[in-house]
Ligand binder design. Structure first.
Ligand code: FES
Length: 330
């Protein structure tokens, strides 16, 4: 399609291309232009810092074809199960609601339903603001569905979220693309799982937890979530998580605050939680015990937290890197 990003065009046609964020930050979609002309949609994309101009490298998620092209792409990683083929989405914002000063939820009401897997995300953009932003669906039920529930954090100098938080945007049209992402809860999973999550990375993990409860996985297996937050003012979703703990003996939650000030006020309300201090990877190292029954670790959140947590699991816990599922975006 004219003006379509190379990555989206390829994925829409079923190609197995490498990507993580699909929105210009991770550089995983790097490719080499062999012949033809492209136009960059975002010349300052953070993911472009690692490109080598001498090799004509580009980001597929931030490039549009201006002519017939030949590009050299390394193959995308194998997927644990067949993934839904993503497509172009159209729909509008509804049910926007603030959870605290910086975090809100809203629904993306689509013109037609889609199917997706727990842990997947879509990218969205709005007229007048360049670029796509990636948001995970926070639940996974009644599929196929035309209502995608999102969690969004106001980003400093983030044009999209400043626009979104500035006034009621319910009814505004968004263009989208998805579903995307490989950090999924899949039917092949047979064993316990852990989830190490920073901030709004909890969005896709909520879909995984809720799905694993609904499908009966936690009837016979354990799940441990370590949820990293800056301090109690940043906390959200605690009531939802506590209710899930209350209803499921095999689901444990530890809340890791980098600043513990005032956390005592949460202890009586959230008696099932364990509260610990430290960055996500440090706190997780102390919370997680024997991982021999753990078949998969989900890691989500800011890229620095994801990378540190993956390294901790691999180096300190001797956990196989192949059993860690993550998508870096943020
Ligand atoms: Fe293109 Fe992340 S920069 S997938």
């Amino acid at each position: 399609m004219p003006g379509e990003r190379l990555l989206y065009c390829g994925l829409r046609h079923g190609l197995k291309l490498p990507y993580e964020c699909a929105s210009g930050t991770c550089s995983t979609c790097r490719a080499q232009l062999i012949s033809g002309d492209v136009e960059s949609c975002w010349s300052d994309a953070p993911g472009g810092k690692t490109l080598r101009p001498a090799r004509n490298e580009l980001l597929m998620c931030q490039s549009m074809a201006k002519s017939d092209l030949t590009i050299k792409v390394r193959p995308g990683p194998p997927s644990v199960m067949p993934l839904p083929v993503p497509r172009i989405l159209r729909g509008e914002i509804s049910n926007f609601q603030l959870l605290n000063d910086q975090v809100a939820v809203f629904d993306y009401d689509l013109d037609s339903p889609i199917d997706y897997l727990p842990g997947q995300f879509v990218t969205v953009s709005v007229d007048g603001i360049d670029g796509y932003r990636a948001y995970s669906m926070t639940d996974h039920k009644d599929l196929p569905t035309a209502r995608l529930p999102f969690l969004v954090k106001k980003m400093p100098n983030g044009k999209f979220t400043e626009w979104l938080f500035s006034e009621c945007r319910n009814g505004t049209q968004l263009q989208g693309f998805g579903p995307l992402g490989r950090a999924i809860f899949s039917s092949d999973l047979d064993g316990d799982y852990v989830a190490l999550v920073g901030g709004t990375g909890i969005a896709g993990i909520m879909a995984i937890i809720r799905n694993s409860i609904r499908c009966g996985h936690l009837d016979n297996h354990n799940a441990t979530l370590v949820f990293g937050l800056n301090g109690i003012e940043d906390a959200f979703f605690l009531s939802d998580l506590h209710r899930l703990c209350d209803e499921n003996d095999n689901f444990q939650v530890a809340i890791a605050f980098t600043d513990m000030s005032g956390y005592e006020s949460l202890q009586s309300r959230f008696s099932h939680f364990r509260f610990v201090q430290g960055f996500l990877h440090d706190a997780s190292q102390h919370v997680l015990d024997d991982l021999s029954n753990v078949s998969v670790a989900f890691v989500a959140g800011p890229p620095v937290a994801v990378d540190a947590s993956r390294m901790m699991l691999f180096r300190k816990k001797k956990f196989s890197i192949r059993k860690i599922r993550y998508d870096r975006f943020g």
